[in-house]
Design a binder for this molecule. Structure first.
Ligand SMILES: [Zn+2]
Length: 167
């Protein structure tokens, strides 16, 4: 089987950077307060989607921007991990990623890992927000060295983060 190129292919041609106010992923959109996410239970409170709020019974129901991305399988960023080193260290590396998600989530509950997937010779981590993609890539690079590169597109609001280590 042909190896995927280091640059990767345009696998998300229809992705949406979430910066257009008409985008369903627009994180700054205003909602009536209170609104509760019908999927994850975040509550829109004082202009932000927040954890640890109790939704009053009369709350409006909407999907938050992160749950919309999950439902549409439309990531805001992606981390592509490659190289032989990965075989022996996959679970440690995934733990680094999950830990970064947890840290980001404390203050930014819309930043989430959407999926991790093994492709032919790469491990792909899709996330809801480009900041989280970069953060995960940097943490893996910090802990496991290797080569690390970030490619932005869509006016810098979508990140493809590449990390590779062979030995
Ligand atoms: Zn949600």
């Amino acid at each position: 089987m042909k190896r995927e190129s280091w640059r990767g292919s345009e696998q998300w041609p229809g992705h949406d950077d979430g910066e257009n106010p008409n985008s369903p992923y627009y994180e700054k959109r205003k909602y009536p307060e209170p609104t509760v996410c019908s999927d994850c239970g975040l509550v829109y409170h004082k202009g932000h989607w927040a954890n640890s709020q109790i939704a009053p019974p009369h709350s409006s129901k909407e999907k938050c921007p992160a749950c919309r991305r999950v439902a549409d399988r439309n990531p805001g960023g992606v981390v592509i991990l490659q190289g032989k080193y990965l075989n022996a260290h996959e679970s440690e590396i995934l733990n680094v990623a999950k830990n970064q998600e947890k840290l980001a989530n404390e203050h930014r509950p819309l930043q989430r890992i959407m999926w991790t997937k093994n492709n032919a010779d790469a491990l792909e981590i899709a996330v809801t927000n480009f900041h989280l993609a970069r953060r995960i890539g940097e943490a893996i690079h910090h802990a496991h060295k290797g080569e690390f590169e970030v490619k932005y597109s869509e006016g810098d609001r979508f990140a493809r983060v590449y990390w590779r280590r062979e030995a």
